[in-house]
Ligand binder design. Structure first.
Ligand code: BJW
Ligand code: ZN
Length: 256
């Protein structure tokens, strides 16, 4: 395999040496890590539009309230496409590291479930899961989000089994809070030795704030991305290139 354009072997060696020291490793991933699996990114040339609408405009409570059937069509189409996507070498490499390092946390902004399908240990789903549903109404007591792995739901929009009202995707939309236990676990995980930000534009908060938070805790922060991002200015090392090319090149000693 040729080195990705612009990728300095010395930088790769630096990350490899740090990984081989057996660090407490935390990883933040974004849509770019799934790009090679055929999952569109949210912003930039990689995707983000559906029927002329921007993903950011569909992923809101306001859009759902205005037209739940339309928003569910978008999620239904994404679920059907995702069901045939496979984890790529970036997911596979992270899954191996998650088993080789004793202190490992993967914070993913992705809702696609591909890290879990690759067998990654200790995944925090920061923005929820497209494979989970929850009641969109004021069900009391609120049923816990439920998993539904069927690529095509039989009825759209789906209903809450408890109250018969609308169900919604179990994801975090703009303006919504991150699940408090997940946020707390992610904030704890920034206290690490090595923090990797992979395939994220680092423009969506509070996830974007985790890079600076990790650095403030003394972590060595590395960005893996073919393009500059909102976080590039606050990292210690940049590896410019696709995650699926870069991560499999890094060897982790079996003893670590
Ligand atoms: C490759 C590659 C390859 C390509 N290899 N790389 C502070 C400041 C400013 C704004 C805010 C703020 N705090 C909150 C906000 C508002 C808002 C926000 O951040 N807005 C900004 C956009 C301005 N944040 C929120 O609303 C959050 N909630 C919140 O803060 O609540 C506060 C609250 C507290 C208490 C009570 C109530 C409220 C929630 C954010 C939810 C985000 N949700 C989404 C949708 C999920 C559901 C769905 O999918 O349908 O999450 S939006 C979308 O963006 C999705 C993603 O997880 C997220 C991040 O995107 P990501 O992953 O970075 O993807 P892209 O497309 O942006 O970038 C892809 C990258 O990959 C690029 O860099 C490429 O170069 C790279 N790439 N190929 C490696 N092969
Ligand atoms: Zn309900």
């Amino acid at each position: 395999m040729a080195l990705a354009a612009g990728l300095d072997p010395l930088r790769l060696a630096e990350l490899e040496a740090r990984l081989q020291a057996g660090p407490r490793l935390s990883v933040l991933t974004g849509a770019g890590v799934s790009a090679a699996s055929g999952v569109p990114t949210y912003r930039g040339g990689g995707g983000g539009m559906w029927r002329g609408r921007r993903a950011q405009d569909l992923a809101t409570r306001e859009a759902f309230v205005a037209d739940p059937a339309l928003v569910w069509e978008w999620y239904d189409e994404r679920r059907r496409r995702l069901a045939v996507c496979q984890p790529n070498p970036a997911h596979a490499t992270l899954a191996v590291w998650s088993r080789q390092l004793s202190v490992f946390t993967l914070i993913t902004q992705n809702v696609d479930g591909l890290h879990e399908r690759a067998g990654t240990r200790n995944v925090l789903r920061f923005h929820g899961s497209i494979w989970h549903l929850r009641c969109a109404g004021s069900c009391w007591p609120a049923p816990a989000p439920w998993e539904d792995l069927r690529p095509a739901l039989p009825v759209l929009p789906p209903r809450c089994p408890a109250c018969g009202g609308l169900a919604r995707p179990g994801v975090v939309w703009f303006g919504e809070a991150i699940e408090p236990s997940v946020l707390a676990a992610a904030e704890a995980a920034v206290d690490c030795d090595l923090f990797l930000a992979i395939g994220t534009s680092a423009v969506v908060w509070p996830a974007a704030g985790l890079l600076a938070a990790a650095r403030a805790c003394g972590a060595f922060v590395v960005e893996v991305n073919p393009e500059p991002t909102g976080g590039s200015h606050e990292v210690d090392l940049v590896l410019r290139g696709p995650a699926e090319d870069i991560l499999p090149r890094i060897r982790l000693a079996p003893s670590s």
